[in-house]
Design a protein around this ligand. Structure first.
Ligand code: NAD
Length: 329
């Protein structure tokens, strides 16, 4: 039984608290959040201990591992402190907002990198796993094109967006990791985008983007993101090769399709947002983390995977401002 603490009791902290509580091999020991009352509200619901001092969980012998769900700028300090205290770590994405800071993190945890996993949960989605297995089995032949559509139903709250690091580091980062997961190393990045939403333009960010990545093999990934989508949480991937294509489709509240004189339709809308759409992925991600910690093996994705996705995000930002394709070293 792995004994875990969650750091940060916000949107994703609550998802992980529930996932840990539901896992037969995990025990949720504590939830830490410096905002008065925030940890208690979640801890009470799951029978865990609440802490308003995050440092309390580093020094708690009843905690084997921590799940870091704090705002992104806090991650690196909390990874370093947790590893120094002997805890295994599952940290939310992105590792940080700067590649230089991730390098400082890697230097600080040198020798213990295998104790840290990064929460690119979409790699664990059952549809993605099946698609990847079928690609690896050669069903579509050599990959030539990957298309990733990822649109949120509505923009996150303004205070979150301000500290998020912008669309590429906060949102598209999932898709950069997915492109690497499917295509391997990325060598060129080209990005365009626009702010259609006044509040997002007001914080100097964009809400809609198209990014093209070229891989070392010559295959490309095209990523389409929007912070808003009238149809709901739109999550689709298509891979294409000489022998055909495979695609993951949106999950809905029902798979039953109505057919009548007026037409044919599936009544259910897309599942509302990440907690519903990726519930199985968060569970499989936790399962992999627990298995790795207990076996003493390195979990994947690693901090180096987190770094590689952030390198692409920084290049996308450069491409957007320079209107040039950016080669990666
Ligand atoms: N993998 C995913 O699907 C996914 C989804 C959402 C968010 N995220 C990531 O999770 C992180 C948190 O996002 P969120 O949407 O839950 O944000 P949020 O704003 O809803 O929650 C953040 C929580 O952290 C607390 N907090 C503030 N400072 C802290 C500190 N120093 N130490 C510990 N806790 C602190 C806040 O009080 C708040 O409760 C971000 O890095 C984000 O990129 C990942």
């Amino acid at each position: 039984m792995l004994r875990l603490a969650v750091i940060g009791a916000g949107r994703i902290g609550q998802v992980h608290a529930r996932t840990i509580s539901d896992h037969p091999g995990a025990q949720l020991v504590a939830i830490a959040d410096p905002v008065p009352g925030a940890a208690a509200a979640v801890a009470d619901a799951f029978g865990a201990r609440a802490a308003e001092r995050v440092a309390d969980v580093y020094h708690d012998d009843a905690v084997d591992a921590v799940v870091i769900c704090s705002p992104t700028p806090c991650h690196v300090d909390q990874i370093i402190a947790s590893v120094a205290a002997g805890k295994a770590v599952l940290t939310e994405k992105p590792v940080d907002l700067s590649v230089a800071r991730v390098d400082e993190c890697l230097a600080a945890i040198a020798g213990s990198e295998h104790r840290v996993m990064v929460g690119f949960n979409r790699r664990f989605d059952p549809g993605v796993r099946e698609l990847k297995a079928r690609v690896d089995a050669g069903e579509v032949g050599e990959l030539r094109q990957v298309t990733i559509v990822s649109r949120d139903p509505a923009a996150a709250p303004a205070p979150y967006l301000v500290s998020s690091g912008g669309i590429f580091k906060d949102m598209t980062i999932h898709d950069f990791d997915m492109a690497r997961f499917l295509l391997g190393d990325i060598v060129e990045v080209s990005a365009t985008g626009h702010a259609f939403i006044d509040d997002i333009r007001g914080i100097g960010d964009i809400d809609t983007c198209s990014v093209t990545l070229s891989s070392a093999s010559g295959a490309t990934a095209t990523i389409l993101n929007s912070r808003v989508c009238a149809a709901g949480y739109d999550q689709r991937i298509e891979v294409f090769g000489p022998k055909g294509a495979l695609e993951t489709t949106n999950l809905r509240s029902t798979g039953v399709r109505f057919s009548g004189a007026s037409g044919t339709e599936t009544a259910g809308s897309y599942l509302p947002f990440f907690l519903e759409r990726y519930a199985a992925a968060y569970s499989a991600e936790l399962d992999h983390f627990i298995t790795s910690v207990e076996a003493g093996t390195a979990p994947s994705p690693s901090v180096l995977d987190g770094r590689a996705a952030l390198v692409i995000a920084e290049a996308a930002g450069q491409s957007l401002s320079s209107r040039q394709m950016v080669p990666l070293a």
